[in-house]
Design a protein around this ligand. Structure first.
Ligand code: GDP
Ligand code: ZN
Length: 322
């Protein structure tokens, strides 16, 4: 059903009022609130299955919820207002505004992600084109992204590896070198994940599952608990779900996210996906400069001046098919 703009506006207004009331209820000093929304509380969506949501209260209890009609469907990572009913069930009455979200083929996958981590490895050997494509997707979605290089113990020339990733570091990306097998840098990595919500992406075989098992040693127990609470049996294991990391922080994960495939990119997306190009865009002599062969191109000048790494520029040209 398509809603008219006016209907949408009304719904948004009602939701905003509900959020405001729920917030006031949390302060516990509004009589009007106690009449209808006294049980309202803020919760975190752990997973969605069909029209149902598993919501975690601030005290850590799980509630199987349905959503009120006319509320946009939420996903793992969403903050909602809900009212518990009986038997750890409840009704979601409002969706709080999202900071960001991850989509794939126009489908919403997860919300409120603090950090994406692109996991690459020495074996299968990292490829710059693939790395750049992930970075472009993240930049265009306004999602902070970092790089994990795993299996570093397999490298016979670690200096070369560090040299390879220096262009990403100079573009401002955080690059972490790990070995899950040998536990290298794992504990400092865990510290970095504290208090934030994360997603791990990357091609198969790089060690994402190994890393996630390292972070959440009781993952299977948690999956079972969620399956029981949602009364859906094993089905839930394929749904995108938020897990708490043992050492702190949260992880949003699913088989689909681990194998997240990249959509085709437009040249415009590619250009705006190279974050260190940004200060120079719009400064070329020609307004429609493609930054390939044109004279007085600000991007090419920046490469010559050492403000853009030549390898990144080369990768840019490759991605746009030059
Ligand atoms: P995923 O497909 O990205 O989830 O990768 P997996 O976690 O399944 O790992 C793929 C393979 O790499 C498995 O055989 C792991 O044991 C192995 N692996 C994971 N981390 C390391 C590491 O640090 N060093 C080495 N040598 N192998 C690793
Ligand atoms: Zn140009």
């Amino acid at each position: 059903m398509d809603l008219t703009r006016r209907q949408k506006w009304r719904i948004e207004k009602i939701q905003a009022e509900r959020i405001a009331r729920a917030n006031r209820a949390a302060d516990n000093n509004d009589d009007d609130v106690k009449l209808n929304d006294e049980n309202s509380q803020t919760g975190l969506v752990i997973t969605r299955y069909g029209q149902r949501l598993l919501v975690e209260s601030q005290s850590g209890e799980l509630y199987q919820c349905t959503g009120r009609r006319n509320i946009e469907l939420s996903v793992a990572g969403d903050q909602v207002i809900f009212q518990p009913t009986d038997n750890n069930e409840g009704v979601v009455t409002a969706l709080l505004p999202r900071d960001n979200f991850l989509t794939r083929a126009q489908k919403l996958i997860a919300a409120n992600i603090d950090e994406l981590w692109l996991v690459v490895a020495i074996e299968p050997h990292y490829q710059f084109e693939l790395i750049d494509r992930y970075l472009v997707v993240a930049e265009n979605a306004n999602l902070p992204i970092n790089i994990v290089v795993n299996k570093i113990e397999l490298s016979d020339n670690f200096d070369q590896v560090k040299h390879d990733f220096s262009m990403y570091e100079s573009a401002g990306y955080n690059v972490r070198y790990l070995s899950v097998n040998e536990q290298t840098n794992i504990s400092s990595f865990k510290t970095q994940l504290n208090h934030k919500t994360h997603i791990f992406l990357g091609q198969s075989g790089v060690g994402k599952s190994s890393l996630i098992n390292e972070l959440i040693p009781d993952l299977n127990l948690r999956v079972n608990e969620i399956s029981t609470k949602s009364k859906l049996g094993k089905h839930t294991t394929t749904n995108t779900t938020l897990y708490h990391i043992a050492s702190g922080g949260d992880l949003i994960d699913s088989p689909g996210i681990r194998e997240f495939q990249l959509d085709d990119l437009t040249n415009q997306e590619i250009l705006s996906g190279f974050r260190e190009f940004k200060p120079f865009i719009g400064r070329c002599k020609f307004r429609n400069c493609a930054h390939i062969k044109e004279p007085k191109c600000a991007i090419k000048t920046a490469v010559e001046m050492g403000d853009i790494h030549p390898k990144r520029y080369h990768n840019y040209l490759q991605l746009i098919g030059v």
